[in-house]
Design a protein around this ligand. Structure first.
Ligand SMILES: [Zn+2]
Ligand SMILES: [Zn+2]
Length: 90
């Protein structure tokens, strides 16, 4: 079972991780793309971060210090994560 966090909107929820741009899109409604690890509510990032990931990690797509810095990972509650994904059309 994953860790939980207390969301000021949704109460106690699963803890999820997204890049700063996806977290921001929740406020702005901006379309920034949506990529994720493939697991339900897996770590997610935007198109901009995807470009950096591929540039830094090559074919294997491994994250490194530079691409992780671009991510600026933020914690979201599971319900907020679902809202972001829906907002981005996934
Ligand atoms: Zn991003
Ligand atoms: Zn929430």
């Amino acid at each position: 079972m994953s860790d939980t966090i207390q969301c000021h909107v949704h109460g106690e929820q699963q803890e999820t991780f997204v890049c700063q741009h996806l977290a921001e899109s929740l406020e702005t409604g901006e379309k920034v793309g949506f990529f994720w690890s493939g697991e339900p509510r897996g770590d997610a990032w935007c198109s901009e971060c995807e470009v950096v990931r591929v540039r830094e990690g090559g074919a294997s797509g491994h994250w490194n210090e530079r691409s992780e810095k671009a991510l600026g990972i933020e914690i979201l509650c599971g319900a907020c994560y679902d809202r972001v994904r829906e907002l981005q059309g996934f």
